[in-house]
Design a protein around this ligand. Structure first.
Ligand code: GLC
Length: 735
């Protein structure tokens, strides 16, 4: 629709009709009236409000969505179409690895392809918007939502945010295979104190701007059509009603002019935060902060008209928000085609098609991180008898906590995936359940947790022990339950479940030749696993094709090359631990323990078990000393930094060569290292190649003491290596 026509439509709408565009419904509330008796009734929402709503959360399926759209548009006074929104986080039907695993793959192109795949499936199923990418920087694995992020690094998160937005939105938001992206959660949600979900965020403005904001900016610069507010406070004010954050920072500084949607119920929750006196006050504050859509708090339909009639809210602000929602509908082409990509035939054709399954398999392969591999226990050798043991041997639930649109039954188990193997001698035993029955998974919808009677558990364990005894080596498939990470899953302890620790101990007693394959949504305290496993392969929550990808990797058909996107702490006591820390005035240099008065623990190391950027391969790489094309850099020029990388092993493999910079002295203390680039290279045995990075002044900017953004002259260290602990260094001067 032309802007002029849209304006005419807008001008013909009543205040009630305009305010209606700012209210989001749950899909079920439209399909039948019974929903009215449920949450809507409690939320004080009238049937008329439903008829005037602007968007829907939670409906899916081309046929259903077309039905809802037809019924809704027929009843709407201006026949304005609904926008259908849903959490498509790591796939719609073809579920690929969780975002944290995608971070580990260090492959923005592959992430972009996966997002495009999700958009193709989701759009055919009638969706218009996905609540993704989640770009919250994370440093605390007690927080279960780290699984939705791509990790602890500013630069990597930015690369992934941009890739996901481009993948979802493609070249044409009106297209039948694209979804509008909604970058979330704005802002700083990953900094929840003590890793407790929904908790307060205390962060200096400098850290907020240097670490937390850049990835949102990348998503906005890539064109994300929506932004979602976060539950947390920033400077003591809930983000959702934080005018500084939403109007000064997001809209003015970051130049976001799209639709801002609250997180689920977040506007109403400002009463609980103690910042709004009541729901009416909450609605007023939400609009004044520029929060356009009220996701499921009900405060907008309940209060906006009255607030305007009482003179407590400027009607222009409500109209501003309603106009943005109509503009989004226009950008999506819904006035011309309210169904967008909804097509039952296409839905059947694309969802879980072969091409999509192969892409999900490749993403999974590239996301796996080989953390340990003593005596080259992996890959498996055909001539050795191997016992596959553990609760994940025959478990389809490996899609991750945000994959409710997918079906675990579409996944093949490890055992099923082994069906294609020839010449391997493998036995399969579960050994124990994922969780013992005393561990409760709170409130996860219709998921029924498996319970195994004690007697049966003993039998499972003894059979597994016998199998381990009879084998040359054991692969233990262990990890978190898939619902133990995700929203509202904070943990004070971050080790593998106790029942699995016991399995590991008992198997180790009879056969120490153990490789562990680890399924988890967060970095874990792996001390127990490290002690008893000669090899550890991190597979995260690998998705529909995870079983096949894991078997590919265990047999060497695929070579692991993933890198840790978020530090694995030595223990919970070390949290928060991240590579890009500040040096402090008393840096602890390992090996110099006589220095008592330095920044260190007396009982645990400073360093995490596995640092950012770390990951092994089935082969080995040698990286030459850093060579610089010059010793000084002037603004507007660049310096080339290069190394020669050689595969000195006997297998082809992938290495992600990482570039870090350190500003040695500045007006504010700067991180000891910061990732500024990476290149993934595949090398055949004995093959070598030159890896070159271009360093420019723009890579050296930060929030300076005077609160301006820019660089400062002085010394800079350039590190190029295979992880964030590399010592391979050269120095240049910025003039
Ligand atoms: C949830 C999450 C958010 C999600 C939204 C809609 O509470 O915080 O990430 O997109 O509600 O499901």
């Amino acid at each position: 629709m032309k802007e002029q026509e849209l304006q005419q439509l807008f001008d013909s709408m009543s205040l009630k009709e305009k305010a209606g565009q700012l209210f989001q419904l749950a899909g079920g509330m439209l399909a039948d009236d019974t929903a009215m008796m449920g949450p809507m009734q409690d939320m004080g929402i009238e049937k008329e409000d439903i008829q005037l709503a602007g968007t829907v959360l939670g409906s899916m399926g081309a046929e259903k969505i077309r039905e809802i759209q037809d019924a809704y548009m027929e009843n709407h006074p201006h026949h304005i179409p609904l926008i259908f929104m849903l959490d498509i986080i790591n796939g719609y039907k073809t579920i690929y690895p969780i975002p944290l695993a995608q971070g580990a793959a260090f492959s923005p192109k592959l992430t972009e392809a996966c997002a495009a795949m999700a958009a193709r499936e989701g759009a055919a199923a009638g969706l218009h918007v996905t609540f993704s990418p989640m770009v919250d920087l994370v440093r605390d694995p007690r927080w279960g939502r780290v699984m939705e992020s791509t990790g602890e690094d500013v630069y990597l998160n930015g690369c992934m945010a941009e890739a996901m937005v481009k993948g979802y939105q493609g070249a044409d938001l009106k297209g039948a295979e694209t979804l509008a992206a909604c970058v979330k959660h704005f802002a700083g949600y990953g900094g929840a104190e003590a890793g407790r979900d929904y908790n307060t965020v205390e962060v200096s403005e400098r850290s907020f701007r240097d670490f937390y904001l850049p990835a949102y900016q990348k998503a906005i610069d890539a064109g994300s059509a929506l932004v979602m507010t976060s539950f947390n406070t920033i400077n003591g004010i809930p983000a959702t009603v934080n005018r500084w954050l939403m109007r000064s920072v997001l809209r003015e500084e970051m130049k976001f002019d799209g639709v801002l949607i609250s997180d689920f119920g977040a506007i109403g929750e400002t009463v609980c935060h103690g910042v709004a006196e009541n729901r009416s006050d909450a609605a007023r504050k939400g609009i004044e902060a520029g929060c356009d859509i009220d996701m499921m708090s009900g405060t907008y339909p309940e209060n906006l008209e009255q607030l305007i009639e009482d003179g407590r809210l400027d009607i222009k602000l409500v109209e501003e928000s309603a106009w943005r929602v109509l503009q989004l509908k226009n950008r999506l082409g819904l006035f011309e085609n309210p169904y967008k990509g909804a097509d039952q035939g296409k839905e059947r054709e694309v969802c879980l098609c072969r091409e999509h399954q192969e892409l999900a398999r490749k993403m999974a392969q590239e996301s796996f991180v080989l953390l340990k591999n003593e005596e080259e226990l992996l890959p498996l050798k055909k001539e050795r008898k191997t016992a596959f043991i553990g609760p994940y041997v025959e478990n389809k639930y490996m899609l991750g906590g945000w994959s409710f649109t997918g079906d675990p039954q579409d996944a093949r188990t490890i055992r099923e995936a082994c069906g294609e193997l020839k010449g391997y001698d493998i036995t399969f035993h579960k050994g124990c359940p994922v969780l013992s029955s005393d561990v409760k998974l709170e409130g996860f919808g219709n998921y029924t947790q498996e319970t195994v009677p004690a007697k049966q558990q003993e039998e499972m364990l003894s059979q597994a022990i016998e199998a381990a005894k009879a084998a040359d080596e054991v692969v233990l498939f262990l990890g978190e339950h898939f619902l133990q990470s995700g929203e509202a899953t904070s943990h004070g302890e971050i080790m593998i479940p106790r029942v699995q620790q016991e399995l590991l101990d008992r198997i180790y007693e009879v056969n120490p030749e153990i490789a562990v394959v680890l399924f988890n949504g967060r970095p874990l305290d792996l001390r127990l696993v490290q002690k008893k496993a000669k090899a550890i392969l991190e597979v995260w929550m690998p998705g529909t094709m995870g079983g096949a990808a894991i078997v590919d990797t265990l047999t060497g058909k695929a070579v692991p090359g993933g890198k840790v996107p978020m530090s694995f702490p030595y223990s919970v006591g070390q949290i928060p631990v991240h590579y890009d820390e500040l040096p402090t005035g008393r840096t602890h240099l390992p090996g110099k323990d006589k220095d008592r008065f330095v920044s260190k623990y007396l009982d645990i190391p400073n360093k995490p078990s596995y640092p950012f950027g770390y990951g092994l391969s089935y082969t080995r790489f040698e990286i030459s000393p850093v060579q610089l094309s010059g010793k000084t850099l002037h603004a507007g020029e660049h310096i080339e930094a290069e190394v020669v990388v050689k595969n000195i092993g006997d297998r082809a493999g992938t290495e992600t060569v990482q570039l870090y910079l350190h500003d040695v002295s500045a007006s504010v203390s700067r991180p000891v290292k910061q990732l500024k680039g990476f290149q993934k290279i595949v090398l055949e045995p004995q093959q070598e190649t030159v890896v070159r990075f271009s360093i420019t002044e723009s890579m050296l900017t930060f929030l300076r003491e005077d609160d301006t953004v820019g660089s400062e002259p002085g010394s800079f260290e350039v590190y190029i290596g295979s992880d964030s602990e590399t010592k391979n260094k050269a120095v240049f001067e910025l003039i």
